[in-house]
Design a protein around this ligand. Structure first.
Ligand code: HEC
Ligand code: HEC
Length: 429
């Protein structure tokens, strides 16, 4: 079970790369041929002689994984921590003054209890975003600009803060590896992959893997998006100011308006620091004491045998160092390349009956789908699922239906001692 879940560059080189581009699409765009060329190892022979992958470094220690040096990492950590002030571009509508207000536990970069709101309208066929974007900002510098959900918006969803620890490794997963995982899944549970624009690549697309809806594929793009949406700070990469419910800002309410066409930040330096910080964090570590117990090990194998691991993929290998990703704008560094990670996610969208009706970058088919949330770092989380409405691992499992019905039934059919072993295993992640 475990071995099957390990997908390496070598598997891709065996020809399933092109097959998967056709089979996995489920109504979506097939992988663009240019991306196949760019993200696949340069030559098949190269993949064949690639050294065996090594374990990605893991630790809740705020030390660089080597993708950038310690000096750059320290600067990036400061920038990620914040806070920003109004005269630095914060607002006028925003959710928080620094990334670390929400990405906070157990160390900076982790998750938190902060939940955001998204809203829009479903007309029976399509989802239409709320005016000003589906994210409803919860804070404003001016009472008159406070956003609230306007009447007629019948879709309301909550979104839990996610951890960004170890995401450099996730960014370094070849798109074709994610396609191959989808292809390896039985059709009853097969995940959907979506291609999303990479902002820094002029709209070239890549397989989405970040956010509850897989709405982003690159950490620089996500940084620009978060700086704009969470903090109201526009950058050359995402130049539009956040408006209040989509209405033009009255004069004097954007404290750092600049000239027309001038953004809050005139360079992308801050978002490059955010991306460097995230790319250099280590993967969330296991609790090795719990993981080594016979009960946890048994729980891990039951997790696989009842079908949880088919979506919560235990092991993935990143693209070889030197691979050009993100539409050809980023070269996988040695520290992130050919690394074995244990995210317990396939980074695909599934309908497990918890869909929230929101569409972000994925088209109408994705309305009620969510990304398999990575389970690494689970022991550092206190509330579960996209809406943070589940209070325990057991609650979260009980909400799995749809494509996860079989796995949930398998889990429910276990003896209570065995279910406890699965829960113990989860508490080691
Ligand atoms: C107000 C809280 C809040 C702030 C501030 C915030 N985030 Fe987030 N972050 C979230 C939430 C909520 C999600 C999940 C969003 C979604 O998918 O709907 C998220 C998701 C992410 C993800 C994707 C994680 C994954 O597993 O795919 C990245 C990357 C990220 N944030 C980066 C940043 C950066 C960089 C900043 C600062 C510029 C930032 N965030 C500021 C709440 C926040
Ligand atoms: C068909 C794919 C699929 C299968 C099979 C599956 N899951 Fe999930 N799992 C998901 C998705 C998608 C989510 C996120 C759903 C949401 O947030 O609404 C999730 C969320 C979770 C969470 C919440 C984690 C968090 O941080 O919020 C836990 C725990 C979990 N799954 C455990 C399991 C276990 C245990 C099994 C086997 C009994 C299982 N899953 C089977 C797709 C799957």
């Amino acid at each position: 079970m475990r071995a099957r879940a390990i997908l390496t560059g070598a598997i891709i080189a065996q020809g399933c790369l092109f097959a998967s581009a056709v089979v996995v699409t489920q109504g979506q765009e097939p992988l663009a041929p240019s991306e196949v060329t760019r993200e696949a190892p340069a030559a098949l022979a190269e993949a064949a002689v690639l050294a065996p992958p090594t374990e990605a470094p893991a630790g809740f220690d705020l030390l660089t994984n080597g993708a950038v040096d310690a000096t750059r990492f320290a600067a990036a950590l400061v920038e990620f921590t914040g806070p920003e002030e109004a005269d630095e571009g914060l607002g006028p509508v925003f959710n928080a003054a620094g990334c670390a207000e929400c990405h906070a536990t157990p160390i900076i970069g982790g998750s938190s209890q902060v939940v955001e709101r998204r809203a829009g309208r479903f007309d029976g066929q399509n989802f239409i975003e709320h005016p000003g974007g589906s994210l409803i900002q919860d804070r404003s510098l001016f009472p008159g600009l406070q956003e609230r959900v306007l009447p007629g918006n019948n879709v309301l969803a909550f979104r839990a803060s996610l951890s960004i620890l170890g995401l450099g490794f996730v960014e370094a997963i070849d798109s074709n590896t994610i396609a191959a995982i989808a292809q390896s899944q039985p059709s009853s549970i097969r995940g959907q992959l979506i291609q999303v624009p990479v902002l820094e690549a002029g709209g070239a697309t890549r397989v989405g893997r970040f956010g509850w809806k897989n709405q982003q594929a690159s950490l620089l793009s996500f940084s620009a998006d978060a700086y704009s949406n969470e903090m109201g700070i526009s950058t050359p990469l995402l130049p539009l100011e956040q408006l209040s419910n989509g209405l033009a800002l009255p004069a004097g309410t954007d404290p750092f308006p600049g000239e027309p066409g001038v953004t809050d930040d005139t360079t992308n330096e801050d978002i490059e620091l955010f991306a460097d910080f995230m790319r250099s964090t280590k993967a969330p570590p296991r609790d090795t004491t719990i993981a080594a117990t016979p009960d946890s090990r048994r729980g891990e194998s039951l997790f696989a045998s009842v079908g949880c691991a088919s979506c919560h993929t235990p092991t993935i290998v990143t693209a070889p160092a030197g691979t050009m990703i993100n539409g050809g704008t980023f070269r996988v560094p040695t520290a992130l390349g050919n690394k074995m990670i244990h995210p317990f996610s396939d980074f695909l969208l599934h309908d497990i009956g918890t869909g929230d009706g929101i569409v972000q970058n994925g088209g109408p088919q994705t309305r009620n789908k969510l990304r398999t949330v990575p389970l690494w770092g689970l022991r550092a989380r206190g509330r579960f699922m996209h809406d943070a409405a589940s209070q325990s691992f057991g609650d979260a499992i009980a909400r799995h239906s749809g494509q996860a019905s079989g796995a949930r039934a398998g889990y429910n059919a276990l003896s209570s001692a065995d279910r406890n072993r699965v829960l113990l295993f989860l508490s080691s992640l």
